[in-house]
Write a protein that binds this ligand. Structure first.
Ligand code: FDM
Length: 211
């Protein structure tokens, strides 16, 4: 029997700080809603949840935590929202997600002595994105934009390590996009890919993430 509601797509934007993810995810939701396509934005970390509030204290340097334990908190923050994500997608809503498991893995493994594979473990089984768009900036572009704030990780050296780690994702759902385009050209490029994906997955099951 065919379902009456087509499912929404799970779309993730990834990239280093200041690559434009947050601006683009907001613009994508607006553009989709204008086309009468139900869409919502979510962001990780979600600082509004109980675990998110500990993460916020960690990022703003109010508290210190061991690297592995904070990694598990970032992952737990995604698991907190797992059933809500599935519910929305099944109800036909496309979710545009500002950072997901890929951020979890590339940030923690940019720290000393933490194995990439170990970082992937807790992410397995989360809803698998239908498309991940990695907004890539060259190191020159990153340097031009680098008005970093005071949060943890906001420095050029660490961001360069993070950027290199993103290159380890090579599956077909993970595509690299040049982030150094003007804002509206970039939105249009991303929107085309999102629309194609929404159409492609509408009758397919939402998979589980396996790294
Ligand atoms: N970050 C984000 C992680 O270290 N692990 C994660 O799983 C996620 C989702 O948190 F520096 C880092 C990336 C960034 C910081 O992200 C806060 P925003 O996008 O600046 O709020």
């Amino acid at each position: 029997m065919t379902k009456s509601i087509m499912r929404g797509a799970l779309i993730v934007l990834e990239g280093c700080d200041r690559s434009g993810k947050t601006t683009q995810s907001t613009k994508l939701v607006e553009a989709l809603n204008k086309l009468n396509i139900p869409a919502k934005k979510i962001s990780f970390p979600d600082r509004s949840t109980p675990i998110g509030s500990i993460i916020n204290d960690y990022l703003s340097r109010k508290i210190e935590l061991p690297d592995r334990s904070v990694h598990l908190l970032f992952s737990a923050n995604r698991w907190e929202l797992e059933s809500e994500i599935r519910k929305q997608i099944e109800a036909g809503v496309t979710l545009i997600v500002d950072r997901y498991s890929y951020s979890g893995v590339v940030f923690t493994s940019a720290k000393q002595c933490i194995d990439f594979k170990w970082c992937c473990g807790p992410e397995n089984g989360l809803p698998k994105p239908d498309l991940v768009m990695f907004l890539k900036l060259s190191s020159e572009e990153m340097a031009k934009r680098s008005g970093f704030g005071d949060e943890r990780y906001e420095n050029v050296e660490f961001q360069n390590k993070v950027d290199k780690n993103y290159d380890r994702f090579t599956n077909e759902n993970f595509i690299q996009i040049n982030a150094a385009q003007d804002i509206s050209t970039l939105t249009n490029n991303l929107l085309n890919k999102v629309l194609t994906t929404i159409d492609f997955v509408k009758n397919k099951e939402l998979d589980e993430l396996v790294f």
